[in-house]
Design a protein around this ligand. Structure first.
Ligand code: UD1
Length: 390
């Protein structure tokens, strides 16, 4: 049987990634586009927001992401500089490739920047992971989420509460499709390839005793500006983590922002010692293995809240709010903020055999990207038919 071809009059979909949390969301989407019949032509655009080997190349390899077709190489900068630089460099790419659609994921600066360029040029924009809200406008990601959703044409959501948020902001329900969670697609596809914790520690020059500790270990990630950019916030958090380490060894995968601030504020002693393992940012398969083997995860990341829920590992989130409420309502996540007592109480409860068991949320089934491919292809073809083939 011959497969139908993608209409010649419809250009490729420009798929945008910029920073680490985008990569695991985009990998399954690209695979689903290639497997769709007709195959949906796609070009992968990397803005270059993240560029270190640890933050970038290793994840591309682990996730089997193709080499980007276009790299804008924007690098780091203030929010204004980074966002503006992506916009400036992305505009000629849109002019050259005449895409049928721009597909953005998540909530990083690159997400908003490419959305703005696309909508102002009349190119439809599809946003994957739309409608999540922390209701905290102090978070740069919240600004990116609200603005992206206001102007994007298609909003693909991961949990049902996202639709309520969007409706409250005056968004027409026809623009929204509940498809599930592409981040969990990646987890399902890669789970059996996850690296063993003892191997990871051996490779990093540790003796693996932490992974072999009978009580288990805690995985820690910490990088939100609100937690790590001020000494008066970072110091007490690290002191609390040190207390946690006395009960359960810590494996900390350190984001460059946090590493830089620890050095700048002279806090190295707080993260030194036999019960604390400091690792550079980990590859995807390493992180998956570390989380899957952990007794608990302590984090301020968005993605880890979802991944721990999918893995059934208790998660304590060091934030006051979450844009992913389903991980608290149905999953294994508990919000503990930055409060020392709340963090230690959460750890005690888990060590005492408590902690949430959770269940897998609706449509977190490994097939979200296929639903996006099928919906998007239908939408683009209908739109083309309505525009008389233009
Ligand atoms: C970005 C996202 C955040 C996401 C995080 C995951 C925004 C607003 N924030 O935050 O939502 O959770 O990525 O990591 O888009 N740096 C390096 N190497 C790199 C990249 C960054 O050393 O490859 C350092 C630079 O000093 C840079 C700092 O990390 O200034 C912050 O990077 P940036 O991309 O601005 O934001 P993140 O904190 O990584």
């Amino acid at each position: 049987m011959t497969c139908p071809a993608w209409p010649e009059t419809l250009g490729p979909v420009l798929c945008i990634v910029g920073a680490r949390p985008n990569f695991m969301k985009m990998a399954p989407v690209l695979r689903a586009f290639a497997a769709h019949r007709p195959a949906i032509p796609a070009l992968l655009v990397h803005t270059g927001q993240h560029y270190d080997r640890d933050m970038n190349d290793r994840l591309f390899e682990d996730l089997r992401l193709p080499h980007p077709d276009i790299n804008l190489e924007v690098g780091s900068g203030t929010h204004a500089v980074q966002t503006a630089e992506v916009m400036k460099r992305f505009e000629p790419v849109v002019d050259e490739h005449k895409p049928s659609c721009i597909l953005v994921v998540g909530d990083v600066n690159s997400t908003l920047a490419c959305t703005l360029v696309g909508v102002k040029k009349g190119i439809p924009v599809a946003h994957v992971e739309a409608g999540l809200r922390s209701f905290d406008r102090g978070m740069p990601e919240e600004i990116n989420r609200v603005l992206t959703d206001q102007v994007a044409d298609l909003l693909y959501t991961t949990e049902r509460s996202a639709l309520d948020n969007l409706l409250r902001e005056g968004i027409a329900p026809e623009r929204v499709a509940f498809v599930g969670n592409v981040m969990i697609d990646s987890l399902v596809a890669n789970r059996e390839h996850a690296r063993r914790p003892a191997e990871i520690l051996d490779a990093a020059g540790f003796d693996g005793a932490v992974a072999a500790s009978p009580a288990g270990y805690t995985v820690v990630t910490l990088h939100r500006p609100s937690n790590v950019d001020q000494e008066e916030t970072l110091r007490p958090l690290l002191e609390t983590l040190r207390e946690v380490s006395e009960r359960l060894p810590l494996i900390i995968a350190l984001h460059p922002r946090t590493r830089g601030n620890i050095e700048r504020f002279g806090l190295n002693d707080l993260v030194a010692g036999p019960r604390i393992v400091l690792l550079p940012p980990q590859g995807y398969l390493e992180m998956l293995g570390l989380m899957a083997g952990a007794r608990l995860v302590l984090t301020d990341s968005g993605g880890l809240q979802e991944e721990t829920t999918a893995l059934g590992i208790p998660c304590l989130t060091m934030r006051e709010n979450t844009e992913r409420p389903i991980t608290v309502e149905q999953g294994t996540n508990t919000m503990v903020g930055r409060d020392r007592r709340a963090i230690l109480a959460g750890v005690s409860e888990i060590l005492a055999g408590g902690g949430k068991r959770g269940r897998i949320p609706e449509l977190w089934d490994g097939h979200a990207a296929e639903r996006i491919a099928s919906h998007l292809a239908g939408w683009l073809m209908d739109r083309q038919a309505a525009c008389g083939g233009r």
